[in-house]
Design a protein around this ligand. Structure first.
Ligand SMILES: [Cu+2]
Length: 122
């Protein structure tokens, strides 16, 4: 009788530990939305982004890679408070609908203010 109880206790503890580890895993990995994963590459030059519009659906995981083909630029997404630097990939879940401007966040020269684009989340 006692051994049987101990066995159940061990099994329940093991299950709890496994559940805890499982949730930790999902927290430490990349954010996951309930939509698709959409990948984009923005090529930045003086003074333009080659990608001026990014369109996704709410719940999609957006992955954005920034490449600087000329000059030094970074991209900041208004409304989401996210930024991607050169040769880096930003990943976030588009959990808010609307139109959000993105812009160069490094002052790069005369055309800096022209470096804008639009993130559309439907
Ligand atoms: Cu700039």
């Amino acid at each position: 009788m006692k051994k049987w109880l101990i066995a159940i206790c061990i099994m329940m503890t093991a299950m709890l530990v496994m559940t805890a580890c499982g949730s930790n895993d999902s927290e430490s990995s990349e954010p996951e939305g309930n939509g698709e994963v959409k990948e984009f590459t923005i090529n930045a030059s003086n003074f333009e982004f080659d990608l001026k519009e990014i369109k996704v659906n709410k719940g999609d995981t957006v992955k954005i890679t920034l490449k600087n083909t000329e000059g030094n630029h970074a991209v900041k997404f208004d409304g989401y408070n996210k930024e991607v630097k050169a040769d880096d990939t930003l990943s976030f879940v588009a959990n808010k609908t609307g139109e959000f401007q993105y812009e160069c966040s490094i002052f790069c020269g005369a055309g800096h203010s022209d470096m804008v684009g639009k993130l559309i989340v439907e």
